[in-house]
Write a protein that binds this ligand. Structure first.
Ligand code: NAP
Length: 284
């Protein structure tokens, strides 16, 4: 039987942890497949997707800068699941044997599963504070939907919070989502049950915590989307205050596990993927 091909398309892609995680999963389940990196320039994306099926590619992950363009392509020449359509971005594509392409987004579901499994936090009916309003925040907020009582969002770039609110309102109850500025930052954070860091602050070892320790109240849960380091200043600070806190490694794991399940129809070997991810992070 010919080996099936899977991979990640992005630009650049070379630091990705996905090959380690996905190849470990294929190996564990005895699936004759290989996951590789495809560095695709934006102007070559359409041609790549057009030829993917004839190149015997069975599934793809999609990362920066292609998530929105891939969604637009699939709207015209394939199909989209409801979550990807609502979010307006694709991070997973399944390519069926008949050559049809379907787009999904597993970032929100991956985040949600990590929130439940790793942080043991259920967002329904709670107040959630999201710091940052870029692509990752959008995936999280659009997946949380009408679940939380309130979602507070704050970003140094006010235009991004306004954009996110306008997008959210198209699908969910707009009264639940409030934009926070420096005047009500403290008050809204104090009223929150969960703080999500969706900024890149923490990716560099020298980065400080994006929120001062004095603003982290007892009982607050903290989820830092940053995953490229074993820990971040925010997670360390929260832990030292005896708060429940997690980095984004679990989100990365589960978005990959859910993509694997979409492609193969098999249950993802999560423990094996987690071990591979941990090793790749350590060696990275
Ligand atoms: P992004 O599109 O650049 O959005 C981040 C936003 O945060 C930007 O609008 C940025 O504004 C703003 N920001 C930066 N510093 C801030 C601060 N101190 N306070 C408030 N806002 C601030 O980035 P992204 O793609 O959404 O990614 C955000 C983080 O999520 C990254 O660390 C990324 O690695 C992580 N992520 C994790 C996963 C996972 O699986 N765990 C998946 C996706 C992303 P400026 O642009 O003006 O700086």
């Amino acid at each position: 039987m010919t080996k099936l091909k899977y991979g990640l398309i992005g630009h650049p892609v070379k630091h990705s942890l996905s090959p380690a995680m996905q190849n470990a999963a294929f190996g564990a389940l005895g699936i004759n497949a290989e996951y590789v990196l495809y560095d695709i320039e934006p102007e070559n994306l359409e041609t790549f997707l057009k030829n993917a099926a004839s190149s015997r590619i069975a599934g793809l992950n999609v990362t920066i800068p292609h998530k929105i363009k891939a969604k637009e392509y699939l709207e015209r020449r394939g199909s989209l699941d409801e979550n990807a359509r609502r979010l307006g971005a694709v991070n997973t594509i399944k390519i069926s044997e008949d050559g049809t392409l379907c787009g999904y987004n597993t970032d929100g579901p991956g985040f949600y599963r990590s929130l439940i499994e790793d942080l043991k936090f259920e967002p329904e009916g709670k107040n959630v504070f999201v710091l940052g309003a870029g692509g990752a925040a959008r995936a999280v907020v659009m997946y949380l939907g009408n679940g939380p009582k309130n979602i507070f969002i704050s970003d140094v770039d006010m235009a991004k919070t306004t954009d996110l609110k306008a997008h959210y309102k198209k699908y969910f109850d707009g009264n639940r989502l409030a934009i926070v500025d420096e005047n009500d930052f403290k008050e809204k954070l104090k009223a929150s049950d969960l703080l999500i860091n969706a900024t890149p602050v923490g990716m560099k070892g020298s980065d400080p915590s994006p929120v001062d320790a004095s603003l982290l109240h007892y009982g607050l849960y903290v989820y830092d989307l940053v995953y490229n380091r074993p820990s971040t200043e925010l997670v360390k600070t929260a832990t030292s205050l005896k708060l429940h806190a997690s980095t984004g490694a679990g989100m990365l794991l589960y978005q990959g596990a859910i993509a694997f399940e979409i492609w193969t129809g098999a249950r993802a070997p999560v423990a094996i993927m987690k071990k591979a991810l941990r090793e790749a992070l350590r060696n990275g």
